[in-house]
Design a protein around this ligand. Structure first.
Ligand code: G1P
Length: 290
Protein backbone atom coordinates (compact mmCIF):
# COMPACT_ATOMS: atom_id res chain seq x y z
CA UNK A 1 0.00 0.00 0.00
CA UNK A 2 1.25 3.47 -0.93
CA UNK A 3 2.02 6.09 1.72
CA UNK A 4 -0.51 8.86 1.11
CA UNK A 5 -0.92 10.40 4.57
CA UNK A 6 1.33 12.18 7.03
CA UNK A 7 1.16 13.43 10.59
CA UNK A 8 2.97 16.54 11.81
CA UNK A 9 2.84 16.80 15.61
CA UNK A 10 2.82 20.54 16.33
CA UNK A 11 1.29 20.85 19.79
CA UNK A 12 4.46 21.12 21.88
CA UNK A 13 4.76 23.87 24.49
CA UNK A 14 7.95 25.18 22.88
CA UNK A 15 9.60 25.85 26.24
CA UNK A 16 13.09 25.85 24.66
CA UNK A 17 12.01 28.98 22.81
CA UNK A 18 10.34 31.11 25.47
CA UNK A 19 9.25 33.88 25.62
CA UNK A 20 8.17 34.02 21.93
CA UNK A 21 6.39 30.65 22.21
CA UNK A 22 4.13 31.98 24.97
CA UNK A 23 1.83 33.39 22.25
CA UNK A 24 3.34 32.16 18.96
CA UNK A 25 3.41 28.38 18.42
CA UNK A 26 6.90 27.17 17.55
CA UNK A 27 5.85 25.78 14.11
CA UNK A 28 4.96 29.37 13.16
CA UNK A 29 8.44 30.79 13.76
CA UNK A 30 9.65 32.13 10.42
CA UNK A 31 12.61 30.93 8.39
CA UNK A 32 13.08 34.15 6.39
CA UNK A 33 9.41 34.82 5.51
CA UNK A 34 7.72 31.44 5.86
CA UNK A 35 6.72 29.56 9.02
CA UNK A 36 8.83 26.46 9.43
CA UNK A 37 5.77 24.17 9.29
CA UNK A 38 5.09 25.30 5.71
CA UNK A 39 8.51 24.00 4.61
CA UNK A 40 7.51 20.62 6.08
CA UNK A 41 4.16 20.70 4.26
CA UNK A 42 6.09 21.49 1.04
CA UNK A 43 8.44 18.53 1.63
CA UNK A 44 5.36 16.28 1.96
CA UNK A 45 3.57 17.67 -1.09
CA UNK A 46 6.70 17.15 -3.21
CA UNK A 47 6.86 13.54 -1.97
CA UNK A 48 3.31 12.86 -3.24
CA UNK A 49 1.60 12.85 0.17
CA UNK A 50 -1.91 14.14 -0.36
CA UNK A 51 -3.30 14.33 3.16
CA UNK A 52 -1.50 16.07 6.01
CA UNK A 53 -2.82 15.85 9.57
CA UNK A 54 -1.43 18.53 11.86
CA UNK A 55 -1.77 17.92 15.58
CA UNK A 56 -2.18 21.28 17.30
CA UNK A 57 -2.64 22.46 20.89
CA UNK A 58 -6.02 24.00 21.85
CA UNK A 59 -4.69 27.58 21.51
CA UNK A 60 -2.88 27.23 18.16
CA UNK A 61 -5.58 28.62 15.86
CA UNK A 62 -2.88 30.75 14.21
CA UNK A 63 -1.59 27.57 12.50
CA UNK A 64 -5.11 26.80 11.26
CA UNK A 65 -5.42 30.37 9.96
CA UNK A 66 -2.09 30.12 8.14
CA UNK A 67 -3.29 27.18 6.05
CA UNK A 68 -6.79 28.61 5.57
CA UNK A 69 -8.21 31.24 3.23
CA UNK A 70 -7.93 34.97 3.83
CA UNK A 71 -10.34 36.15 1.15
CA UNK A 72 -10.04 39.91 1.89
CA UNK A 73 -6.25 39.86 1.58
CA UNK A 74 -6.30 37.85 -1.66
CA UNK A 75 -8.96 40.14 -3.16
CA UNK A 76 -6.96 43.22 -2.25
CA UNK A 77 -3.70 41.87 -3.67
CA UNK A 78 -5.47 41.01 -6.93
CA UNK A 79 -7.17 44.38 -7.27
CA UNK A 80 -3.81 46.11 -6.56
CA UNK A 81 -2.24 44.04 -9.37
CA UNK A 82 0.16 42.31 -6.94
CA UNK A 83 -0.01 38.96 -8.69
CA UNK A 84 3.18 37.49 -7.17
CA UNK A 85 2.12 38.30 -3.60
CA UNK A 86 -1.34 36.91 -4.37
CA UNK A 87 0.24 33.61 -5.49
CA UNK A 88 2.30 33.49 -2.26
CA UNK A 89 -0.79 34.09 -0.11
CA UNK A 90 -2.84 31.58 -2.10
CA UNK A 91 -0.18 28.90 -1.93
CA UNK A 92 -0.56 28.58 1.85
CA UNK A 93 -4.06 27.18 1.33
CA UNK A 94 -3.02 24.76 -1.41
CA UNK A 95 -2.13 21.99 1.05
CA UNK A 96 -4.68 19.35 1.97
CA UNK A 97 -4.38 19.76 5.73
CA UNK A 98 -6.63 18.57 8.52
CA UNK A 99 -6.27 19.62 12.11
CA UNK A 100 -6.74 17.60 15.27
CA UNK A 101 -6.35 19.00 18.77
CA UNK A 102 -4.12 17.40 21.38
CA UNK A 103 -5.73 18.47 24.63
CA UNK A 104 -3.08 17.23 27.04
CA UNK A 105 0.66 17.35 26.41
CA UNK A 106 1.06 13.56 26.65
CA UNK A 107 4.02 13.09 24.36
CA UNK A 108 4.67 12.04 20.80
CA UNK A 109 2.63 8.82 20.95
CA UNK A 110 -0.30 10.81 22.39
CA UNK A 111 -0.06 13.22 19.45
CA UNK A 112 -0.02 10.36 16.92
CA UNK A 113 -3.10 8.76 18.50
CA UNK A 114 -5.00 12.06 18.15
CA UNK A 115 -4.79 11.55 14.36
CA UNK A 116 -6.18 8.00 14.49
CA UNK A 117 -9.54 8.80 12.89
CA UNK A 118 -7.79 10.01 9.72
CA UNK A 119 -5.09 7.31 9.60
CA UNK A 120 -6.98 4.15 10.56
CA UNK A 121 -4.86 1.15 9.57
CA UNK A 122 -2.95 2.89 6.80
CA UNK A 123 0.79 3.47 6.65
CA UNK A 124 1.80 7.07 7.24
CA UNK A 125 4.77 9.42 7.32
CA UNK A 126 5.57 11.18 10.59
CA UNK A 127 7.50 14.44 10.44
CA UNK A 128 8.44 16.21 13.65
CA UNK A 129 7.76 19.92 13.39
CA UNK A 130 11.08 20.91 15.00
CA UNK A 131 13.20 19.68 12.15
CA UNK A 132 13.73 21.04 8.67
CA UNK A 133 15.83 19.40 6.00
CA UNK A 134 17.24 21.41 3.14
CA UNK A 135 17.58 19.61 -0.18
CA UNK A 136 18.79 20.81 -3.55
CA UNK A 137 15.81 21.04 -5.94
CA UNK A 138 16.79 17.85 -7.84
CA UNK A 139 17.86 15.87 -4.76
CA UNK A 140 15.74 13.09 -3.22
CA UNK A 141 14.28 14.43 0.03
CA UNK A 142 14.48 12.54 3.31
CA UNK A 143 10.79 11.60 3.29
CA UNK A 144 11.02 10.51 -0.38
CA UNK A 145 13.92 8.25 0.56
CA UNK A 146 11.91 6.68 3.41
CA UNK A 147 8.87 6.16 1.17
CA UNK A 148 11.15 4.52 -1.39
CA UNK A 149 12.51 2.06 1.20
CA UNK A 150 8.97 1.37 2.48
CA UNK A 151 7.71 0.72 -1.08
CA UNK A 152 10.52 -1.80 -1.65
CA UNK A 153 10.25 -3.63 1.68
CA UNK A 154 6.81 -2.96 3.22
CA UNK A 155 8.57 -2.32 6.56
CA UNK A 156 8.57 0.72 8.83
CA UNK A 157 11.63 2.87 8.27
CA UNK A 158 13.22 5.68 10.23
CA UNK A 159 15.78 8.27 9.16
CA UNK A 160 19.07 8.33 11.01
CA UNK A 161 22.20 10.46 11.06
CA UNK A 162 25.62 9.89 12.59
CA UNK A 163 26.36 11.63 15.88
CA UNK A 164 29.40 11.51 18.11
CA UNK A 165 30.38 11.99 21.77
CA UNK A 166 27.80 13.45 24.15
CA UNK A 167 25.43 14.14 21.23
CA UNK A 168 24.30 10.48 21.25
CA UNK A 169 22.33 11.26 24.42
CA UNK A 170 20.17 13.85 22.66
CA UNK A 171 18.43 11.35 20.36
CA UNK A 172 16.85 7.94 20.04
CA UNK A 173 19.60 5.48 19.15
CA UNK A 174 19.50 2.30 17.05
CA UNK A 175 21.16 -1.10 17.29
CA UNK A 176 22.40 -2.32 13.89
CA UNK A 177 21.77 -5.93 12.87
CA UNK A 178 23.06 -5.57 9.31
CA UNK A 179 23.36 -3.06 6.48
CA UNK A 180 22.90 -3.46 2.74
CA UNK A 181 22.58 -0.84 0.00
CA UNK A 182 22.24 1.92 2.61
CA UNK A 183 19.32 0.17 4.34
CA UNK A 184 19.97 -0.77 7.96
CA UNK A 185 18.15 -3.61 9.67
CA UNK A 186 17.50 -2.36 13.20
CA UNK A 187 17.53 -4.84 16.12
CA UNK A 188 16.90 -2.52 19.09
CA UNK A 189 16.13 1.07 20.05
CA UNK A 190 17.18 3.06 23.10
CA UNK A 191 15.77 6.49 23.74
CA UNK A 192 18.40 9.12 24.64
CA UNK A 193 21.01 6.71 26.03
CA UNK A 194 24.06 7.70 28.06
CA UNK A 195 27.28 7.54 26.04
CA UNK A 196 28.06 4.09 27.47
CA UNK A 197 24.55 2.73 26.79
CA UNK A 198 24.51 3.81 23.12
CA UNK A 199 24.16 0.93 20.66
CA UNK A 200 25.67 2.78 17.71
CA UNK A 201 26.47 6.26 16.42
CA UNK A 202 23.18 6.34 14.51
CA UNK A 203 20.66 8.79 15.93
CA UNK A 204 16.98 8.85 15.02
CA UNK A 205 15.87 12.12 13.47
CA UNK A 206 12.31 13.38 13.17
CA UNK A 207 11.33 11.60 9.93
CA UNK A 208 9.58 8.23 9.96
CA UNK A 209 7.43 6.11 7.66
CA UNK A 210 5.35 3.73 9.74
CA UNK A 211 3.66 0.64 8.31
CA UNK A 212 -0.08 -0.01 8.72
CA UNK A 213 -1.35 -1.13 12.12
CA UNK A 214 0.80 1.23 14.24
CA UNK A 215 -2.23 2.85 15.91
CA UNK A 216 -3.42 -0.50 17.28
CA UNK A 217 0.11 -1.24 18.54
CA UNK A 218 0.26 2.15 20.29
CA UNK A 219 -3.10 1.56 21.95
CA UNK A 220 -2.03 -1.86 23.18
CA UNK A 221 1.04 -0.45 24.95
CA UNK A 222 1.31 -0.36 28.71
CA UNK A 223 1.96 3.21 29.90
CA UNK A 224 5.22 4.00 31.69
CA UNK A 225 5.10 7.04 34.04
CA UNK A 226 1.49 7.51 32.82
CA UNK A 227 2.69 7.97 29.23
CA UNK A 228 3.00 5.75 26.22
CA UNK A 229 6.06 5.97 24.03
CA UNK A 230 6.50 5.60 20.27
CA UNK A 231 9.95 4.24 21.09
CA UNK A 232 8.32 1.19 22.73
CA UNK A 233 6.48 0.34 19.49
CA UNK A 234 9.66 0.91 17.45
CA UNK A 235 11.56 -1.36 19.82
CA UNK A 236 8.87 -4.03 19.45
CA UNK A 237 9.16 -3.79 15.64
CA UNK A 238 12.97 -3.95 15.87
CA UNK A 239 12.84 -7.13 17.97
CA UNK A 240 10.66 -8.78 15.32
CA UNK A 241 12.98 -7.69 12.50
CA UNK A 242 10.33 -5.30 11.14
CA UNK A 243 12.18 -2.01 11.48
CA UNK A 244 14.61 -0.47 9.00
CA UNK A 245 16.65 2.73 9.04
CA UNK A 246 18.28 4.82 6.38
CA UNK A 247 20.58 7.79 6.09
CA UNK A 248 19.37 10.70 3.95
CA UNK A 249 20.72 13.49 1.75
CA UNK A 250 20.53 17.13 2.69
CA UNK A 251 21.18 19.43 5.63
CA UNK A 252 19.11 19.00 8.79
CA UNK A 253 18.27 21.96 11.01
CA UNK A 254 16.87 21.66 14.51
CA UNK A 255 14.72 24.78 14.29
CA UNK A 256 13.27 24.19 17.76
CA UNK A 257 16.68 25.14 19.12
CA UNK A 258 17.71 28.81 19.09
CA UNK A 259 21.08 28.21 17.43
CA UNK A 260 19.60 25.79 14.86
CA UNK A 261 16.86 28.33 14.10
CA UNK A 262 19.43 31.10 13.55
CA UNK A 263 21.58 28.88 11.30
CA UNK A 264 18.54 27.94 9.19
CA UNK A 265 17.59 31.60 8.83
CA UNK A 266 21.08 32.64 7.73
CA UNK A 267 21.41 29.82 5.21
CA UNK A 268 17.91 30.17 3.76
CA UNK A 269 18.40 33.95 3.52
CA UNK A 270 21.64 33.37 1.56
CA UNK A 271 19.71 31.14 -0.85
CA UNK A 272 16.81 33.55 -1.17
CA UNK A 273 16.31 34.93 -4.71
CA UNK A 274 15.42 38.44 -3.59
CA UNK A 275 17.71 38.87 -0.60
CA UNK A 276 20.57 36.43 -1.18
CA UNK A 277 23.11 38.70 -2.90
CA UNK A 278 22.61 41.69 -0.58
CA UNK A 279 22.62 39.44 2.46
CA UNK A 280 25.86 37.75 1.35
CA UNK A 281 27.53 41.17 1.10
CA UNK A 282 26.29 42.01 4.57
CA UNK A 283 27.53 38.70 6.05
CA UNK A 284 30.97 39.22 4.45
CA UNK A 285 31.07 42.75 5.85
CA UNK A 286 30.19 41.84 9.41
CA UNK A 287 32.36 38.73 9.42
CA UNK A 288 35.40 41.02 9.12
CA UNK A 289 34.54 42.34 12.56
CA UNK A 290 34.25 38.89 14.15
C1 G1P B 1 12.12 12.68 19.57
C2 G1P B 1 12.29 11.16 19.57
C3 G1P B 1 13.78 10.79 19.48
C4 G1P B 1 14.40 11.45 18.27
C5 G1P B 1 14.15 12.98 18.30
C6 G1P B 1 14.62 13.60 17.01
O1 G1P B 1 12.66 13.19 20.77
O2 G1P B 1 11.70 10.61 20.74
O3 G1P B 1 13.93 9.39 19.40
O4 G1P B 1 15.78 11.20 18.23
O5 G1P B 1 12.76 13.27 18.45
O6 G1P B 1 14.57 14.98 17.08
P1 G1P B 1 12.38 14.70 21.28
O7 G1P B 1 13.37 15.57 20.56
O8 G1P B 1 10.97 15.00 20.92
O9 G1P B 1 12.62 14.66 22.75
Amino acid sequence: MKVKKAIIPAAGLGTRFLPITKAVPKPMLPIVDKPNIQYIAEELKKAGIDEIIIVVSPDSEVITRHFGERAELEKRLLSDGKQKLYEIAKETRSFNVKFVVQNEPNGLAGAILCAEKYIGNDPFALLLGDEMIYNEPNEQSCVERLIDVFDKTGKSVIATMEVFGDDVSKYGNIGIESEEDGIIKVNAIVEKPSVSEALSNNAIIGRYVLAGGIMAKLKALKPRNNEIYLTDVLDELAEKGELLASAFSGIRYDVGDKLGFLKANVEYALLNEELGEEFKKYIKEISKKL
